[in-house]
Design a protein around this ligand. Structure first.
Ligand code: PLP
Length: 377
């Protein structure tokens, strides 16, 4: 089987799994306890936070670990909601459900929520975004790299433009698909908060992180024993944190050029061999590891199962929403429902090899042509 659904999740590196197994046996102690071995657990957390802070261009005291990015996204949005009925909250239509659905929840509670559409290239419509920012805008959340298409929003530029209109706006970016793919420097970006997740970077599931420039603005989502400076109670997931650190230290942005070669191979083959039967949703400006393609006149769901039976695992957008009809993100980009039905997401990782890509592309093309022929009979 060839795994090409790496935007859904990635395989943990072997060194990550080894480290976690070791920590689970040797350093399982509660990091909040006061005996010496517990202090070692605390050191592991502190070291991991330092490694992450260094990668993000900040200091560790501005980071809290959470159980996942979904939790981090929920926490930051809910922390910023106030009781002022005039406060406005802005989200892009390209957000992951862990942001978008919180926006919908706020709207249903009677808050003023604005959803900003996307351009055909998958980026947020900058003009509409800036028109929407007013003196009452409290919070803006814009995804950095789309989990559906790989489109990259220029977050530092958007932060500057938003703050030029209203300097008090709190700007957050979901950087889950951006981390390890593009350079993130929260200080240079001048952003108020970002979220990331370990399982998208060959780390373990069940661990995420939230960077916040001013932690005083953050409120706990979970209340309890007061871990993470009272901002995220619950016994720290020490082995996952240690595994996360190993994955962080393995990040090498220069590897993206190898992934780009794989993307170019897939794109060339699909567009030259299937021609008008495919629409390439992800353009050259997207991150190289995500290729969103529309296969015309067939159901993506059917094609995905067929590929699965034939040795290739691909995705269909956000795993959390892939069972629902339609695709909010592609529809916001202007694709019609008939086109969206045929969408497949091929997503790559540093653990993929060029041989796998050649084999998988051959299978994708052959199986598409086979399905097409069957349907025309
Ligand atoms: N944000 C984006 C852009 C994602 O792709 C995902 C995962 O699919 C999440 C948030 C949620 O991450 P987690 O699985 O850690 O909750």
């Amino acid at each position: 089987m060839i795994y090409l659904d790496n935007a859904g999740t990635t395989k943990p590196l072997e060194v990550v799994s080894d480290k976690m197994a070791k920590i689970q046996q040797e350093n399982f102690y509660n990091a909040s306890a006061t005996y010496d071995m517990a202090r070692k657990s605390r050191d592991i957390i502190n070291r991991a936070k330092d490694s992450l802070a260094k990668k993000l261009g900040t200091i560790s005291s501005n980071i809290i670990f959470t159980s996942c990015a979904t939790e981090a996204n929920n926490q930051i949005i809910n922390a910023l909601v106030d009781s002022n009925k005039n406060s406005e909250y802005i989200f892009s239509e390209g957000e992951h459900p862990s942001v978008y659905n919180v926006g919908l929840q706020l709207k249903n509670k009677g808050k003023i929520v604005k959803f900003i559409p996307l351009n055909k290239d998958g980026k947020i419509n900058e003009e509409k975004l800036l028109e929407s920012v007013t003196e009452n805008t409290k919070f803006v959340s814009i995804i950095c790299v789309s989990n559906e298409t790989g489109a990259i929003n220029d977050i530092p530029r958007l932060v500057k433009l938003i703050k030029a209109k209203n300097k008090n706006v709190f700007v957050h970016s979901d950087c889950v698909q951006a981390f390890s793919k593009i350079d993130i420097n929260v200080r240079k970006w001048d952003i108020d908060a970002i979220t990331i997740s370990a399982h998208k970077i060959n780390g373990p599931k069940g661990i995420g992180a939230l960077y916040v420039k001013n932690l005083n603005k953050l409120k706990p989502l979970l209340v309890g024993g007061g871990q993470e400076n009272n901002l995220r109670s619950g016994t720290e997931n020490i082995e996952a944190i240690a595994g996360f650190e190993v994955a962080i230290n393995d990040i090498d942005l220069s590897y993206q050029s190898n992934i780009l070669e794989m993307k170019q191979y897939i794109v060339n083959e699909l567009t030259t061999k299937l021609k008008d039967d495919v629409i390439l949703v992800s353009d050259d400006n997207c991150v190289p590891n995500i290729i969103s393609v529309i296969f015309k006149n067939l159901k993506g769901e059917v094609f995905q199962h067929f590929l699965d039976q034939n040795g290739v695992m691909v995705g269909r957008g956000s795993a959390c929403s892939s069972k629902k009809a339609g695709n909010r993100v592609l529809e916001s980009m202007g694709y019609d429902k008939n086109e969206v039905i045929g969408n497949i997401r091929i997503s790559l990782n540093k653990l993929n090899t060029m041989n796998e890509i050649v084999d998988a592309t051959k299978i994708i093309i052959e199986k598409f042509l086979e399905l097409k022929q069957r349907m025309s009979l």
